[in-house]
Design a protein around this ligand. Structure first.
Ligand SMILES: [Zn+2]
Ligand SMILES: [Zn+2]
Length: 324
């Protein structure tokens, strides 16, 4: 299973302002010379050692994730990152009107839809786009999204054929070698995460999610979303302090995701839905706070009522790819 994160920002696309880019370039030059480098041939080595927040940053596109196997490709959510995915897909069959695509929606907040009107395969005759959600109002959402005065092309003028599918809560659906099961997340409007299984590997997509339910008892019917998982992608918009100030805003903090992951033995975690109000330095600071929490948990590993597991994890950035 291959996973590509086309967008990892939450709530609103977050482009860098020219002065932010200028400040970063200036800082890189200063750091390069301060480290004693002088040759252009030393640039690559110098940059490779820098943390994400000091070089490329985490990215500013809102959520869109591509999951593919040798037989199938599924897209999760249509945030602004979907625009770039559309260009990439248009180089293949969907660019010639022979594409068949499957898009699953977690919920319909703007940051998970705003790339959809700019998704090139929708405007190529002959393509067939299957769209899926647990929520029954998916066709209504499309009618509203592709409608004047919000968008110049009404739904009936979209070139590709769109087919709507309603998913049933906690009922698996099979796409060739990929099985997908929706589970409910903690969000003010109903939001469904997905468990993907293929070739003995499991991806769990848990965004948007306030992670109000952490214990096995509280997770109840939705516990399987977090069990026997190779990679979990989960919401970490806030620091722990912000999460306590923003109860019922619908977003989580990395320590809550880590608590579940360490208890359930999840092998790898990527945190996404970075706060649009956070600079790259602030996202990095939240990542460092989470690192302190994780190290502390490791020290208590033998005192915990549950067996705790070590894992690899990081805050994700746009364009990241993972092979399971
Ligand atoms: Zn969101
Ligand atoms: Zn949301």
């Amino acid at each position: 299973m291959h996973v590509k994160l086309w967008g990892t920002r939450g709530s609103l696309p977050t482009p860098q302002a020219p002065e932010q880019i200028e400040a970063r370039i200036k800082g890189l030059f200063q750091g390069f010379f301060a480290a004693g480098h002088q040759q252009a041939s030393e640039v690559d080595d110098y940059l490779a050692k820098l943390p994400a927040d000091r070089f490329g940053g985490y990215g500013g596109e809102t959520l869109c994730v591509e999951v593919s196997t040798s037989q199938q490709r599924l897209i999760i959510d249509g945030g602004s990152g979907m625009r770039s995915l559309g260009y990439e897909l248009a180089k293949g069959a969907s660019g010639h009107g022979q594409g068949e695509l499957h898009i699953l929606f977690t919920h319909f907040h703007w940051d998970h839809l705003s790339g959809l009107p700019f998704f090139l395969p929708l405007f190529i005759p002959g393509n067939k786009i299957h769209v899926y959600a647990v929520q029954p109002d998916l066709p209504e959402v499309f009618r509203t999204l592709f409608k004047k005065p919000y968008f110049p092309v009404p739904l009936e003028k979209i070139d590709a054929e769109i087919e709507y599918h309603q998913l049933m809560p906690r009922q698996p659906v099979t796409f060739d070698d990929l099985t997908v099961t929706p589970y409910q997340l903690d969000h003010p409007d109903p939001c469904w995460g997905y468990r993907f299984e293929a070739g003995g590997k499991v991806l769990s997509y848990c965004v948007d999610n306030e992670i109000q339910r952490v214990s096995r008892e509280d997770l109840g019917l939705d516990l399987p979303l977090y069990q026997n998982v190779d990679l979990m992608i989960i919401d970490a918009q806030y620091t722990l302090l912000e999460a306590t100030e923003k109860i019922n805003w619908g977003h989580g903090a990395a320590p809550d995701g880590l608590e579940i992951a360490m208890r359930e033995g999840i092998k790898q975690v990527l945190f996404v839905h970075h706060d649009p109000a956070a600079s790259d330095a602030k996202v990095a600071a939240a990542e460092w706070q989470a690192r302190c929490f994780y190290e502390k948990q490791l020290q208590m590993i033998h005192r915990s009522p549950h067996k705790l597991h070590e894992l690899t994890w990081s805050f994700a950035r746009d364009g990241m790819t993972i092979a399971l």
